[in-house]
Design a binder for this molecule. Sequence first.
Ligand SMILES: Cc1cc2nc3c(=O)[nH]c(=O)nc-3n(C[C@H](O)[C@H](O)[C@H](O)COP(=O)(O)O)c2cc1C
Length: 445
Amino acid sequence: MAGNSLGSLFRITTFGESHGKAVGVLIDGVKPKLAISEQDIQKELDRRRPGQSSVTTSRSETDQVHILSGVFEGKTLGTPICLLVWNKDQKSNAYDAIKDLFRPGHAGYTYLSKYGIQDYRGGGRSSGRETAGRVAAGAVAMQVLAKRGIRIIGYTREVGTISARKIDYGEIEKNPVRCPDPEAAKKMVRKILKVKKAGDSLGGIVEAVVKNCPAGLGDPVFDKLEADLAKALLSIPAIKGFEIGSGFAATKMMGSEHNDSFYKERKTGRIRTKTNYAGGILGGISNGEDIVVRVAVKPPSSIPKAQSTIDLKGRSRKITVEGRHDPCLCPRVVPVVESMIALVLADHLVRQEMLRPRDSLAAVRKRIDFVDDMLMVLLGQRQDLVREVGRLKKSRNVPISDPRREREIIRKRLSLVSDANLDPGFVRKVFQAVFQDARKIQKNV
Ligand SMILES: Cc1cc2nc3c(=O)[nH]c(=O)nc-3n(C[C@H](O)[C@H](O)[C@H](O)COP(=O)(O)O)c2cc1C
């Protein structure tokens, strides 16, 4: 009956209402000895919290997370983890004047129909504030994914009719709309502020890309990976649509265009596809390509513009929703989307481990193979740069050998050995070999 939990083995339950004492989450199924700190979680919550910029609500919550259980001396215990965020800046009396009115686009009427009672203050449980618990749990899931090299990047793709024309991940956190195209971002901000001034709001599209997801996640037939992603993402308040890969555009393509051709990557031996219309999932199972999803974010319902509605007795009334609301939800939805994806993937990773335990010799060797493949790609990238430096040195008559730079590189890397759990002697040896090879390459450019 209750729908407050998500996931089967890595499972979360969120709790709290917008104007109650607190919101939060209980996470079960996190393995012991995972390093977790309040700072890791706080970093993600800060990206979701209100009051970040002129294009988000001015409700001023610090959203300080408290770890109540499940973590000891910075490591998970394997027991339930409870994360709590106190509500501090509710200003509930702003809702007194409209408490008997059904706010258009809000869940007051449906909550009342279902439960026969509702906390009308700030949307109660249906509020975007509930997503603080999701983001806190998502931060824990992201630590699980980071251990496997999996990364999730979310961004605002469209606001109203303005679209990002280029995708530069480095730009996302540099502008208030979290758009990867700085030029489009400026237009989006201008448009949002204009619409806000007119007492209205705007919708948009948030896109997310999952990098390095291994092939094999997803449980056909009812728990296909895209089905679980769709459910998780559509459960975010204000999300009206879900697409994966080519999405609805697939309806206008031919099979010959849409089929992603397979090939074997020369450098790594990995099975890849030349295009990615599938969006990284085939038959409900990840195929190792980037997982690409998009969600439609509706224009937020709370607007100062006068709208018609009815009161609890069914009488016609006019309503203007004053107070502190987001004129466009996309920038705040981005971290929520990333978190929901992280939660689904963390759950499916644990499920896959149950099916094919990772600690069998073959499975561990497969993981080593994957790391070695990545090392090969990185070494190739380093050599390309070494050649470029060699050409620059030659054109400027700079000597190839540079012992000071080599010492500096080793010093920097040695400062990281304890974090990476590496032996300093080994790191020194590896870099000396790398330098020897680099000198040889530069002599021949
Ligand atoms: C992070 C976040 C913040 C939100 N803030 C607002 C807001 O300020 N004003 C508003 O009208 N809706 C806001 N919403 C959306 C409403 O909670 C949601 O539209 C409403 O509860 C009705 O649910 P539905 O749109 O999913 O049907 C927010 C959603 C999220 C995810």
